[in-house]
Design a protein around this ligand. Structure first.
Ligand code: C2E
Ligand code: CA
Ligand code: CA
Length: 597
């Protein structure tokens, strides 16, 4: 009994101790709990403060990815939380950003994995774009997926800036069309899919005709406007039938999935028409034209570089065939393109190596029947290809800016020749040189001209310059200054190839030229062709009214001469009265001064 009592009282004592320990423990744990609680609350408050400091907001989604909760912080953005709550992907579309591939996001979410920093784009309540960056982690209860929760923030400014940079890198600034790098990218893609499915496609390379001259005469602003207009027209025409890009300068290219030759021709025809539509730029009526070269996969090339090169060769053929037309690539063209490339290299040396020469063609005064002038026409004595007429290299020289040194050479050589004839005791009427538009705008034109005249002891009156009518359209101060300087020096100015260019008669009135040269395309039909006859008569009357002399070009037959004389044309030039010929031969037309008695 005594033992039992001892045991019981020990048990009580132990129980008391336990109770005490328990009570202590409880007391401590409540204390700890309270501390922990306080810490938690403090930390929550800190977090809330931090969140409120950052542009982030917090969100939760259910297992169907519907938004169930969005923190108030979203109110600071342009986003409307009410519109998003309850919707599944109310945040809009995933925007591909570097390192944020939408496919990766889809895969992570499908596998209930955490994800970081994906960017979504949507429209905010104000209708403007809104971009947010979202990170999320899955929520589980036991093994059950319950949804996602995470943070998001407004990255609209940064994303727009980034898109602009990407736009700049892939699109042409001037026209907004895809640029060369984006186009080459698309071309590679087209090649990959065409190879696997062997589906054909074509490149249509379009180059505006005479754009450089145009740019030079009307100024770069107007040139830019023209490019923009053309880009707009081509883009509208193509729609979703193909992709049009600007390669640079006045070159555009279309990638078309049409394989059929007739369909391609029709497309090219529509492109040419679109370019050819008249337009008004800075109040001037203008009309552009273009040349198109087409290469096709797989026949004309298996890789991007070859296809581009061959479209280019075809485009040059279109230029040679009179512009405003389109040509398909053909194998022989590759050879021509190589030649052209070689020619460009050769032309650079032609001037230094003295391969250029001048022929002279006489111009006669009809009523007096005497030599009244001459025109210097350049030729190229090519070491392998023989004597090349100007049509085969002037265009090339204009494109490559070689026209400036070439033109300088022409002026200098003509002056030297006049001086030689004079020294041989001959009377030499004014000699005309052709100036291309580019040359006319070169700063060096007047200084070069003065230098040549001075070097050979000539006057301005010994020279005349011929410029084409596209130059008439110019209003630029520089051009006007050059015209004025030429006039002041006594250099006669003639308007060449009149009636064939872009310009309208209105420009003629403002342009102080001495002579109008009627293009030989009008003279050809004289006198039988009634249109040509009427036009020629009108030009003569117009020129005389404006106080200009008239020269008819390309007179080959007597009946043409008779008609021109009857209708008051002042001067004639053409095979009938003298072909272009060497300086030695031309000396035969020149008379010694009158008083040789
Ligand atoms: P253009 O200024 O119209 O020169 C007259 C062209 O008509 C010359 O051709 C001449 O040979 C040709 N011609 C003359 N009479 C007749 C004729 O009765 N019938 C026919 N069918 N043709 C005739 P060319 O020498 O081949 O010159 C062609 C063009 O090359 C010139 O046309 C001119 O625009 C350009 N050119 C010639 N020399 C120069 C130059 O030094 N500088 C520049 N920038 N261009 C030049
Ligand atoms: Ca001429
Ligand atoms: Ca002419």
């Amino acid at each position: 009994m005594q033992r039992l009592l001892e045991t019981v009282s020990r048990a009580y004592a132990e129980a008391d101790q336990d109770r005490y320990r328990l009570a202590r423990a409880l007391e401590i744990s409540t204390l700890e709990m309270n501390t922990l609680h306080d810490q938690l609350r403090a930390s929550e408050a800190r977090l809330a403060r931090l969140v409120s400091l950052s542009s982030d907001w917090v969100w939760e989604q259910d297992a169907d990815l519907r938004f169930t909760c969005i923190s108030d912080d979203v109110a600071r953005t342009r986003l409307d939380a009410a519109a998003i709550l309850g919707t599944a992907c109310g945040v809009g579309d995933l925007v591909p950003v570097p390192g944020g591939d939408p496919a990766v996001y889809e895969a992570l979410v499908a596998a209930h994995q955490p994800y970081r920093n994906f960017v979504f784009g949507t429209r905010a309540t104000d209708g403007l774009p809104f971009y947010m960056r979202i990170s999320g982690e899955p929520v589980f209860e036991g093994d059950d997926f319950r949804g996602y929760r995470g943070v998001a923030c407004d990255v609209t400014q940064a994303t727009l800036a980034q898109q602009q940079v990407m736009q700049l890198a892939r699109f042409d600034n001037l026209t907004g069309l895809p640029n060369r790098s984006m186009f080459m990218n698309k071309l590679e893609q087209a090649l990959i899919s065409a190879r696997s499915g062997a589906s054909p496609f074509a490149l249509l390379l379009l180059d505006l005709d005479r754009f450089k001259g145009f740019n030079d005469t009307l100024g770069h602003d107007v040139g830019d406007q023209l490019l923009r207009q053309m880009a707009k027209r081509l883009d509208a025409l193509l729609g979703d039938q193909g992709m049009v890009a600007r390669l640079g300068g006045d070159e555009f290219v279309v990638l078309s999935l049409l394989g059929d030759q007739t369909a391609l021709l029709r497309l090219a025809g529509r492109m040419l028409n679109a370019v050819h539509e008249p337009l008004m730029l800075s109040g001037r009526p203008l009309q552009a034209s273009a040349s198109i070269g087409i290469s096709r996969f797989p026949d004309d090339g298996q890789d991007a570089a070859t296809l581009m090169k061959n479209a280019d060769a075809a485009m040059y053929l279109a230029k040679e065939r009179g512009r405003n037309n389109c040509q398909f690539f053909a194998a022989e063209l590759a050879q021509l393109a190589d030649q052209r490339f070689a020619l460009e290299g050769d032309l650079r040396h032609a001037i230094e190596q003295d391969q250029l020469l001048l022929d002279y063609q006489p111009v006669f005064d009809i009523s007096r029947g005497v030599l009244s002038g001459m025109e210097a026409l350049v030729r190229w004595q090519h070491p392998e290809r023989g004597l090349l007429p100007p049509d085969q290299f002037i265009g090339l020289a204009e494109e490559t800016d070689l026209i400036v040194p070439l033109g300088r050479w022409v002026i200098e050589s003509a002056c030297r020749q006049i001086r030689r004839w004079r020294q041989a005791g001959l009377r030499v009427p004014p000699c005309a040189v052709n100036l291309s538009v580019r040359q006319f705008y070169a700063e060096t034109l007047i200084p070069d001209l003065c230098a040549s005249l001075a070097r050979h002891q000539l006057d301005g009156g010994d020279l005349a310059v011929e410029i084409t009518e596209s130059l008439l359209m110019t209003d630029t101060e520089h051009a006007q200054q050059n015209v004025q300087s030429l006039r002041d020096m006594g250099v006669q100015i003639a308007i060449d190839d009149f009636g064939t260019g872009y310009s309208s008669l209105a420009y003629l009135k403002r342009f102080p030229a001495h002579t109008l040269k009627i293009d030989r395309s009008f003279v050809r039909g004289l006198p039988a062709n009634r249109d040509d006859a009427a036009i020629t008569q009108a030009m003569i009357a117009l020129a005389h009214n404006l106080g200009m002399d008239v020269v008819a070009e390309g007179v080959e037959r007597v009946d043409q001469l008779v008609f021109l004389r009857a209708h008051g044309c002042d001067k004639v030039q053409g095979y009938l009265l003298g072909r272009p010929q060497s300086a030695e031969q031309f000396a035969g037309y020149l008379q010694p001064p009158q008083d040789t008695s």
